[in-house]
Design a protein around this ligand. Structure first.
Ligand code: SAH
Ligand code: SF4
Ligand code: F3S
Length: 457
């Protein structure tokens, strides 16, 4: 037992990792608000700190321990610390042993129980809850509060794919889809609270399935079509998809649903079929390329994005060269690349042929050069296009605003605008990570007009 502490009044949630963790972090904050706590002021020390962690790569874990260390005050005490997220799920016991300052460990499927845990921790207990209860946490969470112009909505969680390098199936559990009605209701609330773009999230978001309002079993495209009917929702995106769950219906939606943005994040990981087999990806380069061809067939301007791992155990120089060739052939609008990180408990971690760190560094640099080249080329071919930009925040210069194009490019403009405006912009200059835009009309399009596009069919 540790010393009793007065109930916390203020909190801070710090999220690492993927967008699903960002979503969970927002929901935890809403839950803490509903429990009577308030967010700590900028610069002030909160009574409660929630570290919402990621376990995907080694560095992510080390970051958590150094963050815990940094929270220590000069007299050796700390605020109330809760470790949440995927590290909590994977290493709950170890955290409790290694970091005595941590008072709560809560897994990604159990965080709706935080208020009760906080009470117990206040009584001096150290509490661990890494259950994956059958009843979903979503049913126990409070309603959504005010949000910005873009919002995340987790529709699917978990993963049944078991890629040999990956911890997600262990930290997030089996694939589950949230019910259609709950999602439409949450989307309506988000739109009511100010969101005009919603990104549907899932570790395998395109594996989502549910029963629509007519009792039909539908896939993600069915959900997207239903959300596209919300009059004040202007844009829909989704991430992350697995190539094997990319149904014909979802591909067709890219050609038919105007509000579905022309962007597809479809990780491939490697350009070598042998490596893909060793990764248990269950797709080939040929099947992946065929898929991209189909998507481009219905939406020629689609921006493609991917994830790549360099230095998977046994990856040869020739196999790595195949990945570079794939990147050049596809022409990605953006991509994320990572050095392979051996994760305890995953099959690939036990392979004998681990690659030297220096080789991985070299491959990562070379791969990123190809990605940057493709990204700049993609941005350059956008110059001259006129498109709608959703303004998300102010820029650094006076009168400057930052927003996103339909292709998820960052666009900066100078002129009259406000956060949440969808404005008509001509893209005039391309850089590696952004574009400069020029306002086409001084007045923002009336929101209703620009959103009343609905579906083409
Ligand atoms: N479900 C998604 C993404 C999950 S994690 C998918 O299957 O595509 C996000 C990315 O992290 C993965 O796409 C992969 O590129 C990377 N990643 C996962 N495990 C990793 C590991 N052990 N080492 C390095 N990168 C990894
Ligand atoms: Fe991990 Fe593979 Fe599942 Fe993606 S599909 S979360 S990489 S196991
Ligand atoms: Fe990280 Fe968990 Fe997301 S391991 S990437 S926070 S699912």
């Amino acid at each position: 037992m540790m010393a009793k502490t007065p109930p916390p009044q203020t909190y801070r949630v710090k999220s690492f990792g993927c967008q699903m963790n960002v979503y969970d972090g927002e929901r935890m904050a809403e839950l803490l608000d509903a429990t009577g706590l308030s967010p700590a002021a900028e610069g002030a020390e909160p009574d409660l700190v929630v570290l919402n962690t990621c376990h995907i790569r080694e560095k992510a874990v080390e970051k958590v321990y150094s963050d815990i260390g940094r929270l220590k005050r000069e007299d050796g005490t700390s605020p109330l610390i809760a470790v949440a997220g995927c590290v909590a799920q994977a290493e709950g016991e170890e955290i409790m042993t290694r970091a005595p300052a941590v008072r709560m460990v809560v897994g990604p499927q159990a965080y709706h129980r935080l208020p009760d845990m906080i009470t117990r921790a206040g009584m001096g207990e150290r509490v661990t809850d890494t259950d994956m209860p059958a009843q979903t946490k979503f049913d126990a969470l409070p309603a959504r509060r005010k949000v910005g112009p873009t919002a995340f909505l987790t529709v699917q969680e978990g993963c049944d794919k078991f890629c040999t390098y990956c911890v997600v199936p262990y930290t997030r559990g089996a694939e589950i889809s949230r019910p259609f009605h709950d999602l439409v209701a949450e989307a309506e609330r988000l739109v009511g609270a100010g969101a005009c773009e919603i990104t549907l999230l899932g570790q395998n978001v395109n594996a989502w399935t549910g029963e629509d309002d007519k009792g039909r079993t539908v896939g993600l495209d069915g959900l997207i079509r239903a959300l596209a009917r919300l009059p004040d929702l202007a844009r829909i995106r989704y991430t992350t998809s697995h190539p094997n769950d990319m149904s014909d219906g979802l591909i067709a939606a890219h050609g038919e649903v105007e509000k579905l943005m022309p962007f597809l994040h479809l990780p491939v990981q490697s350009g070598s079929d042998r490596v893909l087999r060793a990764m248990n990806r269950s797709h080939t380069i040929e099947s992946y390329l065929k898929l991209l061809e189909k998507v481009r067939g219905v939406r020629h301007d689609i921006a493609l994005s991917g994830d790549f791992i360099v230095g998977f155990p046994g990856e040869t120089e020739a196999e790595f060269a195949e990945t570079l060739a794939l990147i050049d052939a596809v022409g990605y609008a953006q991509a994320f690349s990572f050095k392979y990180s051996a994760r305890p408990g995953t099959p690939a971690a036990d392979l004998a042929s681990q690659i030297m760190p220096a080789v991985m560094d070299d491959r990562l640099q070379r791969l990123q050069a190809h990605v940057n080249h493709g990204q700049l080329a993609f941005n350059r071919q956008s110059v001259g296009r006129t498109c709608q930009v959703l303004i998300e925040r102010r820029g650094k210069l006076p009168g400057q605003w930052l927003g996103k194009s339909p292709w998820l490019q960052s666009v900066h403009i100078i002129g009259e605008a406000a956060i949440g405006d969808l404005i008509e912009v001509e893209l005039v200059e391309a850089f590696a990570n952004s574009l400069a835009g020029r306002l086409v009309c001084a007045e923002p399009l009336p929101r209703r007009l620009s959103q009343a596009i609905g579906t083409r069919k």
